[in-house]
Design a protein around this ligand. Structure first.
Ligand code: ZN
Length: 77
Protein backbone atom coordinates (compact mmCIF):
# COMPACT_ATOMS: atom_id res chain seq x y z
CA UNK A 1 0.00 0.00 0.00
CA UNK A 2 1.25 3.44 -0.82
CA UNK A 3 1.79 5.73 2.10
CA UNK A 4 1.30 8.78 -0.06
CA UNK A 5 -2.35 7.89 -0.07
CA UNK A 6 -4.98 8.88 2.38
CA UNK A 7 -5.38 8.91 6.05
CA UNK A 8 -6.00 12.49 7.04
CA UNK A 9 -9.64 12.82 7.81
CA UNK A 10 -10.96 16.30 7.86
CA UNK A 11 -14.15 17.42 9.43
CA UNK A 12 -16.59 19.16 7.22
CA UNK A 13 -20.30 19.65 6.96
CA UNK A 14 -21.52 17.78 3.93
CA UNK A 15 -24.25 19.74 2.20
CA UNK A 16 -25.26 16.77 0.08
CA UNK A 17 -26.45 14.73 3.01
CA UNK A 18 -27.71 16.90 5.82
CA UNK A 19 -26.37 19.08 8.56
CA UNK A 20 -24.28 16.31 10.05
CA UNK A 21 -20.57 16.73 9.80
CA UNK A 22 -18.59 13.93 8.28
CA UNK A 23 -14.89 13.32 7.93
CA UNK A 24 -13.76 13.15 4.35
CA UNK A 25 -10.64 11.28 3.38
CA UNK A 26 -8.03 13.10 1.38
CA UNK A 27 -4.65 12.21 -0.01
CA UNK A 28 -1.80 13.18 2.24
CA UNK A 29 -0.39 15.63 -0.26
CA UNK A 30 -3.70 17.38 -0.53
CA UNK A 31 -4.13 17.49 3.22
CA UNK A 32 -0.73 19.05 3.73
CA UNK A 33 -1.42 21.68 1.11
CA UNK A 34 -4.73 22.46 2.69
CA UNK A 35 -3.44 22.74 6.22
CA UNK A 36 -0.39 24.73 5.35
CA UNK A 37 -1.60 26.90 2.55
CA UNK A 38 -5.27 27.18 3.40
CA UNK A 39 -6.00 26.20 -0.13
CA UNK A 40 -9.01 24.41 -1.42
CA UNK A 41 -8.44 20.67 -1.44
CA UNK A 42 -10.33 17.74 -2.86
CA UNK A 43 -11.45 14.66 -0.98
CA UNK A 44 -11.40 11.20 -2.52
CA UNK A 45 -15.12 11.53 -3.18
CA UNK A 46 -14.57 14.74 -5.13
CA UNK A 47 -15.86 17.10 -2.48
CA UNK A 48 -13.83 20.31 -2.46
CA UNK A 49 -13.44 22.71 0.40
CA UNK A 50 -10.97 24.69 2.43
CA UNK A 51 -10.23 22.67 5.58
CA UNK A 52 -10.63 24.57 8.79
CA UNK A 53 -11.11 21.88 11.39
CA UNK A 54 -9.60 18.63 12.51
CA UNK A 55 -11.70 15.50 12.60
CA UNK A 56 -12.91 14.35 15.98
CA UNK A 57 -14.84 11.15 16.21
CA UNK A 58 -16.89 11.96 13.17
CA UNK A 59 -18.44 9.41 10.88
CA UNK A 60 -16.38 8.85 7.75
CA UNK A 61 -17.83 9.95 4.46
CA UNK A 62 -19.26 6.85 2.81
CA UNK A 63 -18.15 7.81 -0.67
CA UNK A 64 -14.62 8.39 0.53
CA UNK A 65 -14.59 5.02 2.28
CA UNK A 66 -15.76 3.28 -0.86
CA UNK A 67 -13.11 4.93 -3.00
CA UNK A 68 -10.43 4.21 -0.41
CA UNK A 69 -11.27 0.52 -0.66
CA UNK A 70 -10.83 0.70 -4.42
CA UNK A 71 -7.37 2.15 -3.91
CA UNK A 72 -6.49 -0.52 -1.38
CA UNK A 73 -7.68 -3.22 -3.72
CA UNK A 74 -5.49 -1.83 -6.44
CA UNK A 75 -8.39 -0.90 -8.64
CA UNK A 76 -7.37 2.73 -8.70
CA UNK A 77 -4.01 4.44 -8.84
ZN1 ZN B 1 -16.03 12.34 1.05
Amino acid sequence: MSDTLTEPRIRIADPETDDNEVAHIVKREAANAGYIGQEMIEALCGFKWIPNKNPENLPICRKCMYILELYRNGELN
